[in-house]
Structure formats: structure tokens, C-alpha cells
Ligand binder design. Structure first.
Ligand code: AHG
Ligand code: MN
Ligand code: MN
Length: 339
């Protein structure tokens, strides 16, 4: 009989056999997965669960929050605050960090998340997701009073100890790395558990598929215009092959497609907001995705340098993103960094 490996078993084996993760990190990842299950259930209820529509409030980035943005944020906090594995959390939907309240035990980990990615797709029943990143608090003294500050979170992406995302689409799929490759788990709704469905994911180095919001073309910088223009010229152009385009407008779904069959995803800087480096957020969107992509053999840059080496200065800082199949990301990065 085909042996089914649950996420729980996978993580227990990572702890005991490989010694790759300590028990607190295993617990943390299980709790995040449990929260994702709850969010998945809420998403599936749609109009019946009164989860659609706007919450008529704004987040720190000035974006109007959807009801599901707030619900997903609360689910993740409630699930994670009491387990004793965390010192604090940070989220796209909270201006400041959320320090674990004094009544709960504290741990050494920091959890960052985009609770609901692809908010514009909630009401139209298109794939959305959750993105998360785990860091370890440096020089920690968990017994100290209020030992955590936003500064503790300002670590480069190469310091992550775990990262993942969950896609709420036709299937609910959790994709995870703890630094030894990428594993994929599919939610078995009857059993209520995530089951390992792929391991050691590998993104093809070459691709004929790009993902970018083409409506911003006129606002891009020359290197991005050049790259896309060459793709659009197809067989007759310098690339000598036809390209296909996809843009879901949920980073989670676009990255998941790339994880599955390759491609390149770009959300570059553009002239609409020239003072911001990009639209996507470094700490809880770009960093976890960049690490997952690299762990699957792909690349992730901001057009010029490796995303994981960027030293953050602000919790909600933005970044330009180019990620996916290695040879395409290298090309875009070369166009930005001519010799
Ligand atoms: P969020 O819903 O968390 O704010 O993120 C949306 C992001 C990302 O998921 C997606 O790739 C991009 O915004 C889509 O932006 P456009 O609507 O500008 O295409
Ligand atoms: Mn997002
Ligand atoms: Mn979001």
C-alpha cells in the first residue's frame, strides 16, 4: 500500500532522524499549518461564511483591508501566541510587531507573515494564500521583560530557519523549506491533515513563461522593458522562441506555478511610486519566496542583487522582485548590471 506521510510525521522525522529542526521549530510549523487549515476552511465558505468583501479599514501600507485579511491575521496570531515557541510576530496587517503577551510562555522564534496574499482575488474566487517566514531571535534572553523589538526582526533573508506558503486554490497546498530542499503537502480534507505529495522540488533552469503585470509596462525601467520586449518578439526575436504569459495577481499562485513547472515572476520597481523600491514586501513576501525558490534550484534577485542578502532597515520595507527559473533571472539581472 502507498505509504502516506503526514506533515506531522515529516516534521517529527526532520527532528529525530535528520536533527534538522529542534522540537520548538517543529511545533511552530505544525501550528502554522493548523492555522492555514482554518484559513482554508474560512476561504472555502465564501459568501456563506460572511468572509467576502471589505473590512473598511486600512493597513500600514495604506491598502484597504478585506475581511479575510483580518480574519487570517487573527487566526495566525491566536494559533501561535500561546505555544511557548515564539517571542513575537510581524504581519502585513499590523503596523508594529506583536509581542507574545506576558501570560504566555515565550520562545526564541520570530514569525512573520502575509496572512492573506492576493486580496484582490478573494471576492472573485481565484487562488489566494498565506506566506510565512521564521527567524530566530539573536542574543536572546527569553526571561527578560519585553525583550523583543522590531529591530530583532531586521535580519537578512539568509538568516531564515523556515519559510513556506499555503495556496488556497482548487487544492489547499502547503509548501515548506527548512533549508534542505522544498516539500509540498496537500490538505486531505476528510482526514484533516496535510499529506506529503512531493519532495525535493526542482525548478527547470529554462522556461518559456513569464509573469508580470503588463499594464505597468509604460512605468518600467529600461532593463525590464528590454527583457519583456525580447520575450514578446518570440521566435523572430533575439530569444528565438515563443513565450507564454500568466499573471494571477496572487504572488502565492504565481510562485506555486513556477515551483510546479518553472517560469519567471517579476514585480519590478516602477515610476508610479518612484520613491518605493517596489510593491512587494521584503520580510514576509519576497524573503520566504526567495528562499523557497533558491531551495528548489531557482534564483531570486531585486534585479541587481540576491534578495536574501538584502539587509532590511524596516519591517514593512518593499523590494523589487525577479524570481524563478535560473537562466531567466540571471538574464534579467544581467540587463540591470551591464559589465
Ligand atoms: P497582498 O494581497 O498581500 O497585498 O499582495 C498582493 C500582491 C501580490 O500577491 C501580487 O503579485 C501583486 O500584489 C498583484 O499586484 P497587481 O494587482 O498590481 O497586479
Ligand atoms: Mn501579499
Ligand atoms: Mn496580504
Amino acid at each position: 500500500m502507498h505509504r502516506r506521510i503526514s506533515l506531522t510525521r515529516y516534521l517529527v522525522e526532520k527532528q529525530h532522524n535528520d536533527g534538522r529542526i529542534p522540537p520548538e521549530l517543529r511545533l511552530l510549523l505544525e501550528v502554522v499549518a493548523r492555522a492555514c487549515k482554518r484559513i482554508s476552511l474560512a476561504v472555502t465558505k465564501g459568501a456563506l461564511g460572511e468572509v467576502l468583501g471589505s473590512a473598511e479599514s486600512e493597513n500600514v501600507q495604506g491598502e484597504v483591508q478585506k475581511k479575510l485579511d483580518i480574519i487570517a491575521n487573527e487566526v495566525l496570531i491566536e494559533a501561535n501566541e500561546w505555544g511557548g515557541h515564539l517571542a513575537a510576530m510581524a504581519s502585513e496587517e499590523m503596523d508594529d510587531i506583536y509581542v507574545v503577551p506576558h501570560r504566555f510562555p515565550k520562545g526564541e522564534y520570530l514569525l512573520l507573515f502575509d496572512p492573506l496574499d492576493g486580496s484582490s482575488n478573494i471576492d472573485v474566487n481565484v487562488s489566494i494564500g498565506t506566506i510565512f517566514s521564521v527567524l530566530r531571535k539573536q542574543n536572546d534572553d527569553p526571561q527578560a521583560v519585553d525583550p523583543v523589538s522590531a529591530a530583532d526582526f531586521l535580519q537578512a533573508g539568509n538568516q531564515q530557519v523556515a519559510a513556506g506558503y499555503c495556496v488556497y486554490g482548487p487544492q489547499t497546498t502547503l509548501v515548506l523549506t527548512v533549508g534542505d530542499g522544498v516539500a509540498m503537502f496537500t490538505l486531505d480534507r476528510e482526514q484533516g491533515s496535510f499529506v506529503l505529495t512531493a519532495e525535493g522540488l526542482k525548478i527547470p533552469e529554462d522556461t518559456k513563461e513569464f509573469a508580470i503585470n503588463m499594464s505597468n509596462l509604460r512605468h518600467w525601467d529600461a532593463p525590464v522593458k528590454r527583457y519583456i520586449d525580447e520575450c514578446l518578439q518570440g521566435k523572430e526575436g533575439p530569444r528565438g522562441k515563443d513565450f507564454n504569459m500568466r499573471w494571477v495577481a496572487s504572488m502565492v499562485a504565481d510562485v506555486h506555478r513556477i515551483m510546479t513547472r518553472g517560469g519567471v515572476f517579476m514585480y519590478p520597481w516602477d515610476k508610479r511610486e518612484p520613491n518605493k523600491p517596489g510593491k512587494l514586501r521584503l520580510m514576509y513576501e519576497a524573503n520566504p519566496m526567495a528562499w523557497l525558490i533558491e531551495q528548489a534550484g531557482g534564483c531570486a534577485t531585486d534585479g541587481r542583487q540576491r534578495i536574501l542578502d538584502i539587509q532590511p532597515t524596516q519591517l514593512h520595507q518593499r523590494v523589487s522582485v525577479v524570481l524563478g527559473s535560473k537562466n531567466e533571472v540571471d538574464r534579467v539581472t544581467r540587463y540591470h548590471n551591464p559589465l
